[in-house]
Design a protein around this ligand. Structure first.
Ligand SMILES: Cc1cc2nc3c(=O)[nH]c(=O)nc-3n(C[C@H](O)[C@H](O)[C@H](O)COP(=O)(O)OP(=O)(O)OC[C@H]3O[C@@H](n4cnc5c(N)ncnc54)[C@H](O)[C@@H]3O)c2cc1C
Length: 374
């Protein structure tokens, strides 16, 4: 039996053919938490528009947000966000800002102009500081521009390598970031709320971020076979924000300039080079660059690659299959298809075998999905 409410929701959302809605029993399976049926992603070689790869700045023990005195400077580190740097940027920026505010100064250098450096710079400006960003690469040429942009701090640490002190820092950063980003939900910043579908061959374990921090993953529920259109035994739903780097990062740069910030394009070769700056406080947001600059050998790359197919305005949901083995984010600059995590790989050349796996895997997955319009 289809309830009246479900039937009305389904009918209301169906396309009209010759002026008539066409409800069928199959359409009832496309009930979703939003009440709208989901449209299928069209995946084929002919629709590919680009493939890119980037290096997640990963530390097994988690990001480094800490202050240390070096010569006559205070250096506040804020790097090593792994696969969650877009998500956590405002959060660790807040923690770094709190450390910088303990000094008597009002002038700082921010090293790095990715998501982390820009959020850090903006928060320091908001506290009345005079801020100069120094970076060798600016958007669109940072790792942050490669990111998918789902608001979820995944692949940031290994469970077995973190301390309770880090876990407290992580949760604080996550909560600050969750709140900050909600102020930016708008077309202007390219931030929006979106439904996520976790699709799996095996039952949920009850572990992971979505369970541990359930209040930051609203609308979380397991779906029955009648409540989703996917050909998979286990499907769950939650909502997150999606941040589109190609919109968000240029807007952050604009905000930084608008608040009177200075930008210097410069590459630092080592720590001595950094300490030659004349600002008394230096906020280090150089991501993977910190490995060389500050001899942090724990910091390693985890390579990820993404293939984009032509955008589809009608697709507005995220899919994550088998814990990220395949994932799809619908963005205005293309439908992003991903699912690679290659540890300690420094090359940013896309691997054609991975491209094939991602494309074929998503094609098979979406062809098996029900779509009332197809
Ligand atoms: C495929 C892929 C998908 C991802 N998806 C997501 C996602 O969905 N959600 C999410 O939250 N995160 C995601 N991430 C992770 C995210 O991209 C990173 O965590 C984030 O970009 C790190 O930001 P950052 O500002 O620290 O580093 P970067 O963006 O790398 O910026 C570092 C800055 O420091 C500068 N710099 C470095 N070294 C030097 C030097 N020696 N001298 C001068 N300047 C220097 C660089 O030029 C740059 O300006 C993804 C990453 C990849 C690769």
């Amino acid at each position: 039996m289809v309830s009246r409410r479900t039937l009305l929701q389904t009918m209301g959302a169906l396309p009209l053919v010759a002026g008539c809605a066409i409800p069928t029993t199959r359409n009832a399976r496309n009930y979703t938490p939003s009440g709208l049926p989901l449209r299928r992603v069209l995946v084929s070689d002919a629709r590919i528009i680009r493939t890119v790869a980037g290096l997640r700045p990963f530390r097994p023990s988690g990001f480094n947000v800490s202050a240390e005195r070096m010569d006559d400077k205070v250096v506040v580190h804020n790097y090593g966000h792994g696969g969650g740097g877009i998500t956590l940027s405002w959060g660790t920026a807040h923690l770094a800002m709190e450390l910088a505010l303990q000094t008597p100064h009002q002038r700082c250098a921010v090293l790095g102009s990715g998501a982390v450096g820009l959020a850090t710079a903006r928060l320091m400006q908001d506290r009345g500081w005079d801020v100069t960003i120094y970076a060798k690469d600016l958007p669109p040429n940072t790792t942050s521009n490669i990111a998918g942009g789902q608001w979820s701090p995944t692949s940031v640490y290994y469970d077995e390598s973190v301390t309770p002190a880090f876990e407290a820092q992580f949760e604080a950063a996550m909560r600050h970031a969750y709140r900050y980003y909600q102020n930016l939900v708008s077309p202007k910043y390219g931030v929006r709320w979106i439904s996520n579908y976790g699709i799996s061959d095996t039952p949920a374990t009850g572990e992971g971020l979505t369970n541990k921090y359930a209040d930051m993953y609203p609308q979380q529920m397991a779906l029955t076979a009648e409540q989703h259109p996917f050909a998979a035994p286990y499907v769950s739903h939650y909502s997150t924000m999606l941040i589109e780097p190609a919109i968000y990062l240029p807007q952050m740069l604009q905000d930084f300039y608008g608040a009177g910030g200075d930008m210097v394009v410069r590459e630092f070769t080592d720590r001595g080079d950094v300490l030659s700056l004349d600002q008394p406080v230096i906020l280090n947001c150089t991501g993977l660059g910190s490995r060389e600059l500050f001899n942090d050998n724990e910091l390693i790359p985890i390579k990820g690659q993404l293939t984009f197919v032509l955008p589809q305005e009608e697709v507005d949901y995220i899919t994550i299959v088998n814990d990220g083995n395949l994932y799809m984010f619908p963005r205005s600059d293309g439908i992003l298809l991903g699912g690679t995590f290659v540890r300690n790989e420094w090359s940013t050349e896309p691997d054609p075998l991975e491209t094939r796996r991602i494309i074929d895997g998503h094609r098979v997955f979406f062809e098996a999905m029900e779509d009332p319009w197809a």
